[in-house]
Ligand binder design. Structure first.
Ligand SMILES: [Zn+2]
Length: 168
């Protein structure tokens, strides 16, 4: 991926801030509470149910990153596969990659961490980890200067729009 993503580092920082807030609490939003590899697909399915997207097949997951790839996960939009590092699994990471998978911009070949991605991400985190977690993530995105799109519905968020076509 050579395309620039100006929001990437601030988006990562916001997510880290939100995760830190719940770290060690032992709740479902606690990033220290791991997820077994066998639990990933079930977690994805449960998240789709919570979003009333249960008619949709869950994403394809691959447990394993390419040699030398330091990331905990990535969405390979060309193959439509979410790759996850098997030893760095948690719910936040699955939801981050699922947000890429849902993002209409990614489907058009512009994967990134733009406003639409962030909005979808907050919807996913609220559904799967609770409104407090989704709200904290939205707050951290705002504090880090990369806010979400306010006042759009989930259905609107996942529809392709002009922003998605421009890949922002
Ligand atoms: Zn990402």
């Amino acid at each position: 991926m050579t395309e620039t993503d100006p929001d990437q580092s601030r988006a990562y920082s916001a997510q880290e801030g939100a995760e830190e807030f719940f770290s060690g609490h032992g709740t479902i939003a606690d990033p220290m509470v791991g997820l077994e590899p066998e639990g990933v697909i079930e977690f994805a399915r449960a998240t789709l149910d919570l979003l009333s997207e249960n008619a949709r097949e869950p994403p394809n997951f691959e447990l394993g990153m390419a040699e030398g790839d330091p990331r905990a996960g990535r969405y390979d939009f060309e193959r439509d596969v979410i790759q996850l590092h098997p030893y760095q699994l948690n719910r936040w990471r699955v939801l981050h990659e699922m947000a890429h998978w849902f993002d209409p911009a990614a489907r058009l070949g512009h994967p990134g961490h733009g406003p639409r991605f962030r909005t979808i991400h907050c919807f996913l985190v609220s559904a799967a980890l609770g409104d407090e977690a989704g709200g904290k993530l939205a707050e951290m995105y705002r504090i880090d200067g990369v806010p979400i799109e306010a006042d759009i519905s989930w259905a609107e968020a996942i529809l392709p729009n002009s922003d998605a076509r421009e890949g922002i």
